[in-house]
Design a protein around this ligand. Structure first.
Ligand code: IMP
Length: 188
C-alpha cells in the first residue's frame, strides 16, 4: 500500500533496476579500461555513504563485474542549527585509501555540502583516483560545486523524494520505488 505521505511514484522498481544496470556497466567498463593497475592487487574501493546508499550500492556493485572491496562512511548534516551545511563524520573508513581507486556511492546530491566535505577529507589521504556515483542529483539546489561522475537520475524540480534508501524522518528507506513526498509534508 502506498504510504499516506506520498504524492506519486516517479521511478518504479523496474526503471531503477534498468538504470542501475546501465550505470554499473558503464562504471565497470571505465575502470576496466583505465589505470592499467593490477585489479586484484589493488581492487577498487567502493565507499558507500550510510545509510541512504545501501540498496543502491548493493544493486550497483552486484552488477559490476570487476574486483572490488566495500567500505562505508556515515555522516550527519546539522540542519536548522547554527552552522548550515556543517557536516560531522559519524563513521570513517576502515581501510587506508592511499594509492587506491575510490568510488563514492551516494543516494542523492542536494546542496552538495555533504559530498564536498567528504571529498575534501578523502583527497588529503591521496587516493590514486576519486570518483562519485549518485543515484539522484538535484542540480537546481546546489550551493557548493561538487564533481559528480555518474548520475542515475536528475531531478529537475525541487522535489523531496523517498524510497530505495532515501528517508523521511528515517522512514521509507525500504520502499522498492522512489516516490515524491506531498508538499504539505515537506520540510522546506
Ligand atoms: P546535501 O549535503 O545537501 O547535498 O545533502 C545530501 C543529503 O541530504 C543526502 O545524502 C540525503 O540524506 C539528504 N537529502 C537531500 N535531498 C533529499 C530527498 O529528496 N530525500 C531524502 N533525503 C534527501
Amino acid at each position: 500500500m502506498k504510504p499516506e505521505i506520498l504524492e506519486r511514484v516517479i521511478y518504479s522498481p523496474e526503471e531503477i533496476a534498468a538504470r542501475v544496470r546501465e550505470l554499473a556497466r558503464q562504471i565497470a567498463a571505465d575502470y576496466r579500461s583505465g589505470g592499467g593497475r593490477d585489479p586484484y592487487r589493488r581492487p577498487l574501493l567502493v565507499v558507500g555513504l550510510l545509510k541512504g546508499a545501501l540498496p543502491f550500492m548493493a544493486d550497483l556493485t552486484r552488477a559490476m563485474d570487476i574486483p572490488m572491496e566495500y567500505d562505508f562512511m556515515a555522516v550527519s548534516s546539522y540542519q536548522g542549527g547554527t552552522s548550515p551545511g556543517e557536516v560531522r563524520i559519524l563513521k570513517d573508513l576502515d581501510s587506508p585509501v592511499g594509492a587506491r581507486d575510490l568510488l563514492i556511492v551516494e543516494d542523492i546530491v542536494d546542496t552538495g555540502h555533504t559530498l564536498d566535505h567528504i571529498l575534501r577529507r578523502l583527497k588529503v589521504r591521496e587516493p590514486a583516483s576519486l570518483r562519485v556515483c549518485t543515484l539522484l542529483d538535484k542540480p537546481a539546489r546546489r550551493e557548493v560545486e561538487v564533481p559528480v561522475d555518474y548520475v542515475g537520475f536528475t531531478l529537475e524540480e525541487n522535489l523531496f523524494v523517498v524510497g530505495y534508501g532515501l528517508d523521511y524522518a528515517e522512514l521509507y528507506r525500504n520502499l522498492p520505488y522512489i516516490g515524491v513526498v506531498k508538499p504539505e509534508y515537506q520540510e522546506r
